[in-house]
Each structure stands twice: as structure tokens, then as C-alpha cells.
Design a protein around this ligand. Sequence first.
Ligand code: ATP
Ligand code: MG
Length: 392
Amino acid sequence: MERKETLLLKLGEVVLKGLNRRTFEDRLLATVSRRMRRYGNFQTYLRQSTVYVEPLNDECDMDAAFDAAQKIFGIARVARAIPCEREPDAITRAAAAYLRDEFAKARTFKVETKRADKQYPLNSIQVSQEVGGRLAETFPDVRAEMKNPDLTVYVEIREKAAYVHTPSVLGAGGLPVGTGGRALSLLSGGLDSPVASWMIARRGVELELIHFVSPPYTSPQAQEKVAQLAQILTASCGRMKLHIVPFTRIQEEIRRHCPEAYFTLIMRRFMMRLSELVAKQSGVTAIVTGESLGQVASQTMKALAVTESVVSSPVLRPLIGMDKVDIIHMSRKIGTYDTSILPYEDCCTVFTPRHPATRPALAEVEAAEAALDVETLCAEAFAGVTWQWVKP
Ligand code: ATP
Ligand code: MG
């Protein structure tokens, strides 16, 4: 029987779980099955800390499935492998056929074996020697070399079959989405908040997103850009609700009645209040932002305290201790960078004060804010919130 190339997804932190490991595994398997469905007809199952993704016909898009698998939280490594019978002869034949191109390019190679089935009559070293010897005969131009070979052939002996593959690649890591509670993430069009969202989702948290718009000061393109960022995130985070909050009236009122130095801070306090209203309505526990200590005036320690004091929900700031270069690096890695740098104004940039307060006193901000009818403004904006699904 001809066997088809298969994906092996190695579980990450999930394996450290104790009693509730089953819950994590079930969640992960359900996610993998769902994400793979759009690339063809696959059979997926979990054995010995590995999720197997087996194509059921030739129409499956293995390249796309391989890419998608690397984005699923809870998976530490991903390998493309060819299954074969478990005898050294069969393994050699499978490796020779499957890795023909790799052998043509290499001058040295080695075989590394993992034996998941401890009943198997040969130990890992013996399998490596047997298969390595035969491969050296099959490819006389390629020499066996244990230290830094050009090509490493991985062999895994599992219960029903052996698997041959080249090095696995890093997966997204973390925990399966849906195992860590739910949170509402404030998504702007910038570089930071998509990364913050990704980091929290990676800890198993199911996200909803919220975005504040101020038409006509902000453009439809700015909102479209946010939807696009959300769309990119779905490859890892799964489908998400994106809430859109009309924010124009609040910003105009702040500009009309409050001292310029506090514009941003007061605006951010409104964002927090409205986020909490939406969070409560959605039944989610925490609020996520892309703030990073000291990055701008509104993200100094004092400013964060002033911002946070209007809500009682936990505010998660995964970027708090990260440098901008690290954040940029991550945004490239997760694929949001190119979209984030598109030049559309968001509601913060439109009303930026020339000299923002960096060490605001809470009492002063509260006094400045007293010029506004906070409750009514929030209620109006909240009544105007709309939402849409963002799907992978
Ligand atoms: P980002 O790159 O994520 O825009 P930033 O460094 O520009 O962050 P600010 O503009 O001060 O920082 O915003 C801080 C955080 O507040 C953002 O990371 C984001 O979580 C949230 N935020 C800012 N503007 C909006 C918005 N228009 N809609 C939703 N959330 C926002
Ligand atoms: Mg911003």
C-alpha cells in the first residue's frame, strides 16, 4: 500500500499538564482538525504527544497545511514525514525515495532515531546504524558523518509505522486557544497591539477585539487595516469578534473642555471604560493592551496608573517590558508588520497634544475630566458599538 506524506505536530507545553491534560489535548485536536479542513480531506488523531495529520487523498494541499500547522498554539514543532513499514529495509527504501533530492545535495549525512515504541526489537542506535549503513550503500557519494553532517535523516519508530523526515521546524508554542479563559484586546492599527494580542492568545486565551474609530478624523482605510490585522491573527487565534466603537464625540468633547496636556490620558481612560463595558457584556474576564513601559508619554508608570484606575478588570500588558525592536521583530515573525506600517491615521494620532503630561497626578486628571459628562458619553458610545466576525 502506498503511504502518503504526513504532518507530525509535536505537542508543546501541553505535555506538562497533569490531570487536565486531556482537556488541553481535546481542544488542540479539535483546533487542528478545523484548521486543516480548508486544505483538504485529512484524518487527524493524537498519540504519544504527537498530532498526526494524514491526507486522505491526493487533493490535499500539504504546503499550505504545513504552513498553517506552524501557527497553531500548543504545537512546539512541525515535521513533514513519510510513513513506512518498520523494518530497516523498508525504512531505508522510504528514506532513499523521500529524501532523494536532499541526498543529491549533501556530502555527509547521519541518521537519528527516536523509538516511541519501546517494544520494538532494535534500540535507537541499532536502527540508526542499520538504516545509515544501507543508505550509505544506496548513495555512495554521501558519507556518514556524526558531527555536523549536511543532512540529518530522522527516523521515528512508532506503534503502527515508522516515520522518516528531515529536521522539524518550530511551531507557535504556547497553549491551545480556549484553555486559558477569554479576554478583550484593544486593537489599534499600530505595531504593538497585534503583537500583544498574539502573545495573550498564545497562552491559551480566546480573544475578542475592540477598535475605536473617529470618523471623519479617521478614515475607512484605517478601520479596514485593523480588520486586516485581525484577519492575519485568526491564523493563530481562530475566529474572533471585532467590536467597533464610535469615538468621535468623546474625542471632540475632550478637545473642547480639557487641558491639552491631558488629551491622550483622558481619551485612554474612556477607552478603558468602554472596553470594560464591552468585556462585561461579552462575559470576558480581562482587558489586553499593547502598552510598553516608557514607550510614549501615556505609557509611563504614572500614566498607566491613571489610565488603569477607571476599571476593575485585570489589564494584561504582555509588551510591558519589551523594547520596540523586539516588538518589531515579533510583528515580522507573526506576519502583521507589513500591514501595521501602512500609513493610516488612527484616533490617537489625530488628537495628539504637543506637550503631553508624562507624570500626571490622578487628582488633576480627574479634575480635568470633571468638565465632561463621563457617564452619558460612555453610554452613548456604548449604544453605538457594532461588531463583526473575523474568520480565518
Ligand atoms: P499600537 O502600536 O498598538 O497602536 P501605540 O504604541 O501606538 O500602540 P498608543 O497609541 O498609546 O500606543 O495605544 C496604546 C494601546 O492602546 C495600544 O497598544 C492599543 O492596545 C490601545 N489602542 C490605542 N488606540 C486604539 C484604538 N484606536 N482602538 C483600539 N485600541 C487602541
Ligand atoms: Mg497606536
